[in-house]
Design a protein around this ligand. Structure first.
Ligand code: NAD
Length: 462
């Protein structure tokens, strides 16, 4: 019988480490959870009333558990020393270099974390890979741990427990996950005991049948595979959206028709200006890199096409905007509604708004950007000094729309649907264009008001 875990530490207080640990603390009051990070400002924010990330429902959980069994600290060494189980949830960005077109994951932060764990562990530890890592990372990490620990007899068991949460719905996803995947060395008794210990943590709220166990390499690869499949669905429906526009079909009707086939299913079939976020592109490029490393260039090429279609969709959207506005947007004011890569998050990493924004500015447009959750400083950081000369960050949607020639919807925020579009029409230049990159507005109503509407994947007006 495995002894239940009572102390957990998590290295990395980001979009994954923060919410996942908050959920464990809430569901397991008997476990003391400490989240550590090398970033003092991030930890200060976790300890303040303004958390560093926005996720619906996160504040309540953190405010309820913080100071009781949930702690945020920069004392990485101390937290490692005092715990039995260490989640590692550091960032694993894409490296600039690669073999072919694929790009390796940069494991610098992971290796640094592993070296710190090795240096200050005085007792046995279960190390949980929470970050998304390339398949067989555990093998390398094990070597780093074993060869750098100054204390004799300290045992490290490495588990893979990839995180499947989606930003914007992180709390719901963590509360009732479709599945929890735990990979370990289940072929030997000690490896199985480590897996059992983590199963014991999740069993506090996740039904047993939703906790899957696998060998280490299957668990590591499953995360990359899951993201690649999700991104592939988006690229597939986006490819259809281009064909719909060319033929007079309507992508929402096509998506409904194919989604009702239970073999296909209806989720992730919304055409859009493209996927973003810190994971999809990075994980596909990494998957392609791994394929290239294993002499499988054809498989790598298959996955590259998913990223290629995403890039095509963004540039197609910009070109369509320019051509609709009489082939010139020079000096024209364009209101960009939404900047985050999806609704209900303030995260802008790899947001399609960045590429679309640059495309419009390169052609001479002036952008008025409004997003309910993204700060002006973040936009300035993403877009760069030069582009910012053509950008105004607006505090309200009205400020962004007043005097604009066109509006493009870049994020599917619910509030955009509730605006008084008749009043908006009144304050815009004429003809007033709407470019709906998320298919969230009532296009017929907009046309009746007087707007010229371009919606992705919809038949074009003559
Ligand atoms: P993030 O950048 O928000 O957070 C990572 C944190 O780790 C940062 O605060 C950084 O300061 C800290 N860090 C880095 N090295 C450290 C070290 N040696 N010691 C202490 N702290 C250190 O990243 P994220 O979005 O939380 O993603 C983390 C991992 O989870 C990535 O591998 C990502 O691919 C994966 N993932 C992300 C999501 C998502 O939706 N964001 C979902 C599933 C999986």
């Amino acid at each position: 019988m495995t002894r239940p875990i009572t102390t957990i530490c998590c290295i990395g207080a980001g979009y994954v480490g923060g919410p996942t640990m908050a959920m464990i603390a809430k569901k397991c009051p008997q476990i003391s959870v400490t989240v550590v990070d090398i970033s003092q400002p991030r930890i200060d924010a976790w300890n303040s009333s303004e958390l560093p990330i926005y996720e619906p429902g996160l504040d309540e959980i953190v405010f309820e558990c913080r100071g009781k069994n949930l702690f945020f600290s920069t004392d990485v060494e101390g937290a490692i020393r005092d715990c039995e189980m260490i989640f590692v949830s550091v960032n694993t960005p894409t490296k600039k270099t690669g073999l072919g077109k694929g790009k390796a994951a940069d494991l610098t932060y992971w290796e640094l974390a592993a070296r710190t764990i090795a240096a200050c562990s005085e007792s046995d530890k279960i190390i949980v890979e929470k970050s998304t890592v390339p398949v067989r990372t555990a093998e390398a990490i094990e070597k780093v741990l074993q060869r750098n620990c100054p204390h004799d007899g300290v045992r490290f068991d490495i588990l893979s427990n990839p995180e499947f949460l989606a930003e914007g719905t992180a709390i719901v996803d963590l509360d009732a996950p479709d599945r929890v995947l735990i990979g370990g060395k289940i072929e030997n008794a000690k490896g199985q005991a480590a897996v059992d210990a983590l199963v014991g943590v999740y069993s506090n709220w996740v039904p047993k049948e939703n906790i899957l166990t696998a060998n280490l390499w299957s668990a590591e690869l499953s995360k990359l595979a899951a993201n690649a499949f999700l991104a592939q669905r988006i690229s597939s429906i986006n490819a259809m959206s281009a064909l719909c526009e060319a033929t007079g079909a309507d992508v929402q009707q096509v998506s409904h028709a194919i989604g009702t086939d239970t073999r296909i299913g209806s989720k992730f079939l919304n055409a859009s200006v493209g996927f973003g976020g810190s994971c999809f592109q990075k994980d596909i490029l990494n998957l392609a890199y791994i394929c290239e490393c294993h002499g499988l260039p054809e498989v790598a090429e298959y996955w590259h096409s998913v990223v290629g279609m995403n890039d095509y969709q963004k540039s197609r959207f910009v070109k369509r905007m320019i051509s609709a506005m009489f082939n010139t947007i020079s000096g024209k004011k364009i209101s960009m509604l939404g900047y985050a890569f999806k609704k209900d998050t303030g995260d802008t990493r790899e947001s399609p708004a960045i590429d679309v924004g640059h495309g419009l500015i390169e052609d001479g447009a002036k952008l008025n950007i409004y997003d309910p959750k993204v700060a002006a400083a973040q936009i300035a950081l993403d877009m760069g000094e030069e582009a910012m000369k053509s950008i105004t960050c607006c505090k309200t949607h009205t400020e962004s729309l007043t005097g604009a020639h066109a509006v493009c919807i870049m994020t599917e925020w619910d509030e955009f649907k509730t605006y008084d579009w008749e009043a908006i029409y009144g304050v815009m230049q004429k003809p007033a264009f709407v470019f709906d990159g998320r298919l969230i507005l009532d296009h017929q109503k907009l046309k009746d008001i007087g707007f010229i509407v371009y919606a992705l994947g919809k038949p074009l007006d003559p």
